[in-house]
Design a protein around this ligand. Sequence first.
Ligand SMILES: CC(C)(COP(=O)(O)OP(=O)(O)OC[C@H]1O[C@@H](n2cnc3c(N)ncnc32)[C@H](O)[C@@H]1OP(=O)(O)O)[C@@H](O)C(=O)NCCC(=O)NCCS
Length: 138
Amino acid sequence: MSVATRIASDSDLQFLSEVDGHVSRHMLADLVALGRVMVAAVDGAAVGCLRWGMFWDEVPFMNFLWVVAEHRGHGVGTTLVEAWEKSQVAAGHNMVLTSTVSAETAQHFYRRLGYVDSGALFLPEEPTELILRKALAD
Ligand SMILES: CC(C)(COP(=O)(O)OP(=O)(O)OC[C@H]1O[C@@H](n2cnc3c(N)ncnc32)[C@H](O)[C@@H]1OP(=O)(O)O)[C@@H](O)C(=O)NCCC(=O)NCCS
């Protein structure tokens, strides 16, 4: 299976709004315009996405990562994260951040990719959110 990654465009908005219910379609459109969403495609069809923002306005922070259920376990998530990290190195960054709910097994996915614990976020009525960071090679 060959996975291609690219920066999302307006033509991906339908897919993005179907899989990413955390933010409005309007916000997704703004983020796509800013180039802050990446898509993974298999045979031209979108099967995953990664959306990010800037912590402190200067450190890339992966806000959302999703692979369509039928395509999980085949390296799509890894390909997306590695492509994003590469793009952040090219943009001059030497560290990236993300977070995940501590109870979720997805933390193991990030640890396999070299992300290490960097703190926790405690919000009322919410499970603890782990903050993870990764130093990027020059
Ligand atoms: C987490 C997610 C993005 C991983 O994508 P994926 O394409 O399935 O991951 P990969 O195939 O690249 O997996 C890479 C490795 O991580 C492991 N892994 C992936 N998801 C895992 C999980 N939830 N728990 C434990 N290990 C996991 C895989 O077993 C694989 O190990 P291997 O190399 O020894 O085979 C995907 O499962 C997903 O979209 N899950 C639902 C949304 C989610 O949890 N997003 C992250 C929230 S913070």
